[in-house]
Design a protein around this ligand. Structure first.
Ligand code: ATP
Ligand code: MG
Length: 224
């Protein structure tokens, strides 16, 4: 049996066309069913639904053989689990950029905050984000002094309430920022979802996993 970890919502929805192109059909609709294990048209393949941030954990520890996770999630996971010297994404093989759930990680502030001036003057900037590892790296590389405030959601609220001067968040169309009168002042990196595979599973179940990875690769190329 091969177990594929997906998260509900954007990643599940954007993975469906790639799965279809690989000849795989998921037999339950996660929005209608409460099941966490979904059957597919292939008796040797099942889908497990986990939180987006839990996908690397499932795949790394063998709860799933492979999964789909955003680069944002993989970067945070890798940095948070790297204590003790071992690479935080050790055992996680990352063969493929699936080019789905695309967006960018950016710095945003209130319209009336002069980010460029704050950076130029070497001020300490308070930054609220879910992505503390990526944010820390970004500002360190720029030589900007920041106080990072970890949040788990609704980052847009932070500059509006005075919790922070800036946020680091994912942006796609920019409409959420606009609705909250925030402006994107710096693009940190482009984000898309990646296929991640358990390295040990790739040895034990080499043929079926290789076939799946190859099918996904062809599907990604076909959709470019
Ligand atoms: P949860 O909603 O369960 O707290 P989450 O916010 O990480 O978790 P999603 O909103 O489904 O879950 O996001 C999953 C992934 O989709 C993110 O890790 C990111 O890679 C990508 N993503 C997030 N926001 C956007 C966006 N605005 N546009 C495109 N892709 C996005
Ligand atoms: Mg979300």
């Amino acid at each position: 049996m091969i177990t594929l970890a997906l998260s509900k919502g954007r990643i599940f929805d954007d993975s469906l066309p790639l799965l279809a192109a690989a000849g795989i059909e998921v037999l339950d609709d996660p929005e209608k069913s409460r099941k966490l294990i979904l059957a597919t048209n292939r008796s040797d393949l099942r889908v497990v639904l986990v939180r987006a941030t839990d996908v690397p954990t499932y795949v790394q520890h063998g709860g799933a053989d492979l999964g789909v996770a955003g680069l944002d999630v993989l970067l945070e996971h890798g940095a948070e689990h790297s204590a003790g010297g071992a690479g935080g994404n050790a055992g996680l093989y990352r063969p493929l950029d699936l080019r789905i759930a695309r967006c960018r990680m950016s710095v945003a502030t209130r319209e009336d905050f002069d980010y460029a001036a704050a950076v130029r003057q070497g001020s300490r900037i308070r930054v609220a984000t879910k992505y503390t590892q990526a944010a820390r790296q970004h500002f360190a590389a720029k030589g900007v002094h920041v106080d990072l405030i970890k949040l788990y959601g609704s980052m847009e609220l932070a500059p509006l309430t005075g919790l922070a001067d800036a946020i680091v968040d994912l942006v796609s169309t920019g409409s959420t920022l606009k609705a909250n009168r925030l402006v994107e002042v710096e693009r940190i990196m482009d984000i898309s979802s990646r296929l991640v595979v358990n390295a040990a599973a790739l040895k034990v179940k080499r043929e079926p996993l290789r076939a799946l990875i190859d099918a996904f690769e062809r599907a990604v190329e076909a959709q470019r």
